[in-house]
Write a protein that binds this ligand. Structure first.
Ligand code: ATP
Ligand code: MG
Length: 179
């Protein structure tokens, strides 16, 4: 199984994010690339890669043990990374709660024999792959309307590749810890 832990938008937010990305990256402007399917939009917190069944309980425990309270993620910019050639919605300021959530997650995953993640966490919601921004665009673009995401769930997700492309299946979801 190929697994990752993510912030998983609800159906309503998916629509809002998708519509906003279409507006911000109109085809006519030459963004090219491949848009991420609406039902695949998410923010990855930890990528676990290929994992055998016997490690899933440990991963579940690592997510379940995170202490966190609801918070709002303000997606306020459209950005682009050249090397992976992805466009994304991101945040100017990472909420402290999210930084702390990922710190706890990474810590917990050490107990499941994952290599420590060396890379800094940059929350982003990938919108398109293999794309290239038009020259006329100054990046990052500040969103005219901030997308407020009230984070209430953490998800363990399985990534399935079939002939139609990649598809994500939520295996489990967790809410905030009790006060
Ligand atoms: P595809 O690889 O077919 O383009 P995908 O990247 O959406 O599809 P996965 O490769 O299974 O699907 O990745 C699932 C999630 O984990 C995505 O958010 C992806 O960006 C992220 N991810 C994948 N590989 C890594 C990695 N090596 N390090 C960090 N995050 C990763
Ligand atoms: Mg990938």
């Amino acid at each position: 199984m190929r697994l990752f832990v993510a912030l998983w938008p609800d159906a309503e937010l998916r629509e809002v994010v998708y519509d906003s990305s279409r507006k911000m990256m109109p085809k006519k402007d030459g963004w090219q690339g491949r848009l991420v399917d609406k039902q695949n939009l998410h923010v990855t917190l930890a990528f676990l890669g290929t994992v055998s069944f016997d490690r899933v309980d440990c991963i579940r425990a690592a997510v379940e043990n995170i202490r966190w309270q609801p918070f709002t993620l303000q997606l306020d910019q459209l950005g682009y990374w050249h090397r992976p050639r992805v466009a994304w919605f991101g945040v100017t300021q990472t909420p402290e709660q999210l930084t702390d959530m990922v710190r706890q997650l990474r810590q917990g995953l050490l107990h499941c024999d994952f290599e420590p993640e060396q890379r800094a966490f940059h929350p982003h919601l990938t919108l398109a792959r293999k794309c290239r921004p038009p020259r006329s665009v100054d990046l990052p673009v500040v969103l005219a309307e901030v997308l407020n995401w009230d984070v209430r769930n953490l998800a363990l997700v399985s990534s399935v590749t079939d002939p139609a492309g990649v598809r994500y299946e939520v295996m489990d979801q967790w809410g905030p810890s009790d006060a």
